[in-house]
Design a protein around this ligand. Structure first.
Ligand code: HEC
Length: 482
């Protein structure tokens, strides 16, 4: 392996190794942790998020990968392990001290060695790059480890995002229903299936009419109906939002300006005049945009999170916007000033879904940490947790009348909770009545329910939509072939 001169980095590493040897569980813990996190990240992220492939040359792809997986710790400000990877100059200066990157010789380059599953230290610390990703970086070093555009500032460090045309459309076998939304009249159900957007009239009926709208090249990741104007639907995908008139089946407006990432969450203000969008770059940022509708004017944008925003919801009194993120926090924004009212570190892993109760005081959150939690959010404490789940939860919704909460997990089990306590104090087991409605072919990616929580729409990774009643009987199933 590489012969390395004494350096700040090695000192740091030694200290750390030394410390670790005093922990009786040091080695197993590390391996187990890596394994667990690997399994978690392998199974709980929407599959599509993982498959985001970067177009372009090996160099462009390698830099994008370094950016997404390494730069958050090895930048000018953070310098983890004393190491900066964000510029060619920094890499060359590290090369003076040890074999960080030997052009043409990946087997002698520490930058590649640290990626192996059994490496110590192992990079990224709690994750495992896939074989394909390691090969990409290794090929890049073999080809000379070139770095055409020297990044300068924090913003400029981010590699240019691929354009929409550079993304390859999802494979026909990869058509997860990542998002769904029921129209205010409850007569139409909109859902994404891969890159298709489908609007279904009278979805409970066996002869339900499905209309396919074409407007996204990559996955449809978010949807919202305008609460006040009929037949107005907005859909979000990669670097694009489309505002539809579903009656004439045409886009009214296509908005792309300023959208630097995946549109992973959408929500209208209660008066239907503002649209909020969560624009995500996994592991880098979750930015919230706000536009007036229908013209997409008066643009306000702020960085709300350090990671993807998986859900947005506006309280029914219109005063707060809540955002939930992969950075494990939920943030609450005042809708008149856009100022942050509060932030809760709500889960120990990604938060995939949130939904306000009609009383605006409470909120339900679903996490990949197997927790479904009800909050009295202004106090910042969970009131209680709903059920004991063994799987990550990607989807939940509080019914419009406030009487029921529906949720579903990675195994495909759909739950419905009623008699929900108003206050904490009750033992968790009594905080609500749980009913397991059904097990569908999981994982479940999205859920929606009518005003009473009596009809439940469930969208799966496999691409089907199941429509259940409150007893768990199937009213209809919209399978991909339909
Ligand atoms: C979460 C923060 C974090 C991320 C992400 C991260 N590193 Fe590190 N890195 C560290 C820390 C901390 C050290 C100090 C070494 C240790 O753990 O003992 C380090 C050290 C290193 C070293 C020096 C190892 C040595 O033998 O001295 C290399 C090379 C490295 N990282 C490469 C990478 C690469 C390549 C990536 C992306 C694939 C990456 N790191 C991602 C935190 C991180």
């Amino acid at each position: 392996m590489s012969t390395r001169k004494h350096s700040r980095i090695t000192d740091w590493v030694r200290k750390d190794r030394h410390r670790r040897t005093f922990l009786p569980f040091a080695i197993p813990y590390r391996q187990v942790a890596v394994l667990i996190l690997w399994v978690i990240s392998g199974t709980t992220e929407p599959a599509s998020a993982q498959e985001l492939s970067f177009p372009g040359s090996t160099e462009a792809q390698a830099l994008s990968l370094l950016h997404e997986r390494c730069f958050s710790c090895h930048n000018e400000e953070d310098r983890k392990g004393g190491l900066v990877l964000t510029s060619r100059a920094a890499i060359e200066s590290a090369n003076q001290e040890f074999d960080l990157l030997r052009p043409g010789q990946p087997e002698l380059s520490e930058l590649i060695a640290v990626l192996a599953a059994n490496a110590d230290p192992h990079m990224p610390p709690k994750e495992q790059l896939t074989d394909a990703e390691i090969k990409l970086l290794s090929d890049w070093v073999s080809a000379g480890g070139k770095w055409a555009t020297p990044p300068t500032s924090t913003e400029a460090r981010a590699p240019a995002l691929p354009t929409r045309d550079q993304l390859s459309p999802p494979a026909p076998s990869e058509l997860p229903v990542l998002t769904m939304a029921l129209s205010p009249s409850e007569e139409e159900l909109a859902f994404g299936r891969g890159n298709r957007l489908i609007v279904c009239q009278s979805p409970q009926k066996k002869d339900a009419r499905l209309t396919r709208l074409t407007g996204h090249r990559d996955y449809v990741r978010s949807l919202a109906w305008n609460p006040l104007i009929e037949n107005r639907l907005v859909s979000g995908g990669y670097r694009r939002i489309v505002y539809w008139d579903t009656e004439v089946e045409e886009p009214l407006i296509i908005q792309e300006t300023g959208i630097e990432g995946q549109v992973t969450a959408l929500s209208f203000s209660t008066d239907g005049r503002l649209l909020y969008a969560g624009v995500s770059r996994p592991g880098i940022s979750g930015v919230i945009h706000c536009w007036t509708i229908p013209g997409f004017e008066d643009h306000v944008t702020w960085k709300g999170h350090q990671d993807s925003i998986f859900a947005l919801d506006v309280s029914s009194d219109g005063s707060f916007l809540a955002s939930a993120s992969g950075d494990r926090s939920i943030a609450f924004w005042e809708t008149d000033t856009f100022a942050q009212r509060s932030r809760i570190e709500a889960h120990s892993t990604q938060i995939m879904a949130i939904s306000f109760s009609t009383d605006c005081r409470r909120l339900v959150t679903a996490g990949t940490d197997h927790q479904l939690r009800v909050w009295e959010w202004a106090k910042g404490d969970p009131l209680f947790q709903l059920g004991r789940h063994k799987q990550g939860l990607f989807a939940t919704q509080w019914s419009g009348d406030g009487m029921a909460i529906v949720a579903a997990d990675e195994s495909g089990t759909v739950f419905r909770y009623t008699q929900i306590e108003e206050h904490s104090g009750a033992a968790n087991a009594r905080a609500a009545k749980e009913k397991k409605l059904k097990k569908v072919l999981g994982p479940v990616q999205s859920i929606a329910t009518d005003h009473t929580g009596g009809i439940i729409y469930v969208g799966t990774q496999a691409g089907s939509v199941h429509i259940l009643n409150e007893k768990g009987n199937t009213l209809n199933e919209l399978t991909p072939s339909k």
